[in-house]
Design a protein around this ligand. Structure first.
Ligand code: ATP
Ligand code: MG
Length: 396
């Protein structure tokens, strides 16, 4: 018999018309994630199979836990024959290696040509196990050992307790999005949730040197690396925001600094998104979290762009966001204490309910179109690959 890894798609199986597109993307993503691991991948509409040329199952399974679109995976054994007597012998051989007192056989027969129905086969195999292994019994509700037997047209597969995948859609199937990535807790989590829906992300970071440090930038690169694991790799755009920020500071009433600064960030994000064929902006705004995230503020800021802005953590409590940040290992990096451009030049009393008319009027005091053009023209791009390498490419 052959030992391999079998992947189940879960929700993806419901994508009737698009299933081939989804599965092809999943296969590409799995190949990309496992490219150093010497494996072969095959798939059909029901399952994906990975055969390994080395005994590196742990390494492969660890990588599969970070790929969206996988609902469950199992280390399985493909039996050499579909003959009933051979199946009995092989299953018994496998089960004898396990330690358990209670068990249940669960057969799934997708090959309707196979002569026995699933329930009948459960009883048959259950009987064989009871007769051949002393001191074990059947427990259908809470068995220690679940003996799964899948009878498919291409063969019979046996596996035991399964591993849960992270679900979601394969990254790439939804097209591209641009994540506004700061060094905070919320935006990496927002990015992760967008990737989970199949959005392939690029990231955009606004820096304000010398007010923001190289450490702050490195922290964002580190966060982008953590997201790259789920995104296959990541392109990080870095915009120098200093001139825009200081010009706002010198020209606009200070209670509107944040509102106008964020209007500029949105405008730049929309242009970078369109230039890179990203169909949405994603950010880590959460309703009511700070003055710029009241519903009134969101309206006044959002009016500057036409592109959809998706806010995956809009309705989450901070503690819920922190839980996800810990799970995806961004939390410890996010809490490093380096100043972000949003925390410099912060007024004592930012306006909580800004007015459209005032925001429009105050920003007319700046030559913002020229400043935006200049910031985008000179922007830096860093390509972060999954294997932890950071490549600095030249300016655009
Ligand atoms: P925190 O966890 O401290 O709230 P945050 O990243 O959510 O961090 P906010 O000030 O709440 O920071 O900003 C709201 C959103 O705006 C961020 O989630 C992020 O998407 C975007 N943003 C803020 N600052 C930047 C920046 N310097 N570069 C890119 N995007 C930013
Ligand atoms: Mg926030």
């Amino acid at each position: 018999m052959e030992k391999l890894v079998m992947i189940k798609y879960g929700e993806l199986s419901t994508k009737k018309d698009n299933i081939n597109f989804f599965l092809k993307q999943l296969k590409d993503n799995v190949s990309f994630a496992l490219k150093q691991m010497d494996v072969n991948i095959k798939f059909d509409k029901g399952r994906m199979f990975i055969t390994l040329n080395k005994d590196n199952f742990d390494e492969v399974c660890k990588a599969l836990k970070k790929i969206f679109g996988i609902y469950e995976f199992d280390v399985a054994y493909k039996l050499d024959s579909k003959n009933e007597e051979d199946i009995k012998k092989s299953v018994l051989e496998l089960v004898k290696k396990k330690e358990f007192t209670t068990f249940k056989v669960q057969t799934k027969r997708s090959d309707k040509k196979f002569p026995k129905e699933s329930m009948e086969f459960n009883r048959l195999m259950g009987g064989v196990i009871l007769k051949s292994i002393p001191n074990v019994r059947v427990d259908v509700h809470n068995p220690e050992l679940l003996v799964n037997i899948e009878i498919r047209s291409d063969g019979v597969y046996v596996y035991f307790n399964s591993e849960k995948g992270i679900g979601g859609y394969p990254v790439g199937v939804a097209g591209k999005g641009l994540l506004m990535l700061s060094g905070g807790i919320d935006s990496p989590v927002a990015g992760y949730l967008a990737i989970k829906r199949g959005v392939k992300l690029e990231c955009l970071y606004f820096e304000s040197p010398p007010h923001t440090s190289i450490e702050a930038k490195n922290k964002v690169i580190e966060l982008a690396k953590k997201l790259a694991v789920y995104n296959n790799n990541i392109k990080l755009h870095i915009i120098n925001f200093t001139e825009i920020q200081t010009t706002i500071y010198q020209n606009c009433p200070h209670e509107y600094l944040i509102t106008i600064m964020r209007r500029m960030m949105y405008r730049i994000s929309e242009i970078v998104a369109r230039n890179n064929r990203c169909k949405i902006i994603v950010n880590g705004e959460s309703i009511g979290q700070v003055a710029s995230q009241t519903l009134t503020s969101m309206n006044v800021i959002n009016e500057t762009v036409k592109i959809p802005v998706i806010r995956p953590v809009a309705c989450f409590d901070k503690l819920e966001i922190i839980d996800i940040a810990k799970k995806i290992d961004t939390y410890e990096t996010s809490i490093l204490p380096y100043e972000d451009c949003c925390t410099i030049f912060v007024p004592d009393h930012p306006v909580i309910n800004p007015e459209f008319a005032k925001a429009r009027e105050y920003e007319k005091l700046l030559p913002y179109e020229d400043l935006i053009y200049k910031a985008i023209k000179g922007h830096e791009i860093i390509n972060i690959t999954k294997d932890d390498k950071v490549e600095f490419s030249d300016l655009l």
